[in-house]
Design a protein. Structure first.
Length: 318
């Protein structure tokens, strides 16, 4: 009887081992809808985008390199000043294949929506290393949560991913709840004061502005940007004027331009330049831009310094 029981237990154990082996190779679908296969949870990741996720998910011990961009990004530097000391391998515009291969990574995390970045991602795929694509955000905050769950599965950090998602959704809903009853007319300008954003729902800044109580004003257009005249801006008469982070001019250029002196935003000193790089739209700290817009559109709605402190503590440092 003992012998039969021993044989049964041994067979059961072997069956479990075989089942585990069969499940070692697993498939995930990344944010671009592409299938990615892993034999095991990665232990040597290279991040060429989305580096704040390293800290949001508590996986720094599984990362061997970051992008050059991360070392210039004020948010990752606030989270961990030592990120400046980590190996870097270029960025999505000029990734260093040799440097990447020398680190023997088992996954590369990228953002490849811009055409040039897409070519970089295709080239990296030829290295034979699994590629996980971030981005392709269509809905906030749901797709930020999808990114969290994707990376949580990749690195075995599902519980942290769920915590991040819960925080992001809670804060998003708090912002929406504080938007003014009447929409505020907002002009968003890019490389020139008269080169402005179209009010299209595919752009994160438009989504954020419209969700916190603003209304992006533009002529009817289906593109991302449109050229207008100064006369058009005078007639549209925005109440708030937001300048892109990447603009080669600041608030003073708008406030002192004689052509804009009758614009309501200029009269009331409500011209602002973004503080955060648009690349952060892929990461949990997109909320900082949302808070910034909310404060400009509905003054007094948030203490941005306090909100940033809570975000860093709850998402990245806990």
């Amino acid at each position: 009887m003992r012998r039969l029981l021993l044989v049964f237990l041994l067979a059961l154990l072997l069956g479990c081992v075989q089942k585990t082996a069969l499940n070692e190779t697993h498939k995930l679908v990344d944010m671009a809808g592409k299938e990615v296969f892993f034999n095991k949870s990665p232990e040597r990741a290279v991040f060429l985008a989305g580096e704040s996720w390293i800290y949001a998910l508590g996986i720094k011990d599984k990362v061997v390199a970051v992008s050059d961009t991360a070392k210039r990004n004020p948010i990752p530097l606030k989270i961990d000043p030592k990120i400046a000391e980590m190996p870097s391998v270029g960025d999505m515009s000029k990734a260093n294949d040799e440097a990447i291969l020398s680190l023997n990574p088992d996954v590369i995390v990228v953002w490849d929506e811009p055409p040039g970045y897409k070519e970089t991602a295709k080239r990296l795929e030829r290295l034979g290393i699994p590629i996980v694509r971030l981005g392709y955000i269509d809905s906030y905050p749901d797709d930020i949560c999808q990114e969290a769950f994707l990376l949580g599965k990749v690195f075995g950090a599902e519980k942290r991913a769920e915590k991040v998602c819960d925080f992001v959704k809670k804060k998003w809903n708090e912002v929406i709840a504080k938007k003014p009853e009447k929409a505020v007319k907002v002009l968003y300008s890019f490389t020139a004061p008269t080169y402005i954003a179209c009010n299209v729902s595919t752009q994160p800044y438009v989504v954020f502005i419209n969700n916190v109580g603003g209304e992006v004003i533009s002529p009817e257009c289906n593109a991302t940007w449109v050229q207008v005249s100064k006369e058009w801006i005078l007639e549209a008469n925005p109440e708030v004027w937001i300048i892109s982070y990447y603009a080669p001019y600041n608030e003073t250029a708008i406030l002192t331009d004689p052509a804009f002196q009758d614009v309501k935003a200029v009269k009331n000193g409500r011209v602002y330049k973004e503080s955060y790089k648009p690349l952060q739209f892929l990461e949990p700290y997109f909320l900082l831009t949302v808070y910034e817009y909310s404060q400009w559109i509905n003054p007094g709605s948030f203490d941005i310094e306090e909100e940033e402190k809570e975000l860093l503590e709850q998402v990245y440092l806990s």
